[in-house]
Write a protein that binds this ligand. Structure first.
Ligand SMILES: [Zn+2]
Length: 162
């Protein structure tokens, strides 16, 4: 029993790491770190990359794993961002990176995502891998880390030469 629970917990952790590292790599690829408040926007992107999984239970991969939840969220944040002292455009970019990269990765898994929920309950995606496929998760993590290391190296080089 403990073993099964432990395995499930490991699988969830692995998927969470994959979402976080993949979103972080996208923020690096889009050069988000160097803008004013870059650390905060990177944090928002990373938080957004794990936030859709709040819809666990009966509505998992439906309630928050669809484009309408993302649209609602970005519109809401566009309105509230100025009151929080944030740049609306970068809030949009960072939430979009996190949220849509999460939906993209989940859409590769066998379950797919209910992309058009609540208008359709159909699950979409390439649906190739099992979500807790160790090899695929590790591959995404390694590729993302390579992007992050390359970006960090570029930043350090620029810092040294300036
Ligand atoms: Zn998910």
């Amino acid at each position: 029993m403990f073993y099964v629970g432990n395995r499930v917990a490991c699988g969830v952790l692995l998927k969470r790491i994959t979402h976080v590292v993949f979103a972080a790599a996208l923020t690096a690829a889009l050069n988000l770190w160097t803008i004013k408040g870059g650390a905060l926007y990177t944090f928002i992107a990373i938080a957004s990359s794990i936030a859709p999984d709040v819809d666990l239970g009966k509505y998992h991969r439906k309630l928050l794993h669809n484009i309408f939840a993302w649209m609602f969220l970005v519109v809401f944040l566009q309105i509230t961002a100025p009151y929080l002292g944030l740049e609306g455009y970068y809030v949009f970019v960072s939430v979009t990176i996190g949220w849509l990269s999460h939906i993209f990765l989940d859409s590769l898994t066998k379950k797919g995502v209910a992309l058009l929920y609540p208008f359709s309950r159909k699950f979409y995606g390439l649906r190739i891998f099992s979500g807790d496929n160790l090899a695929v998760n590790v591959l995404f993590i390694i590729l993302s880390l390579l992007v992050l290391i390359r970006y960090a190296f570029t930043l350090i080089t620029a810092l040294i030469s300036s």
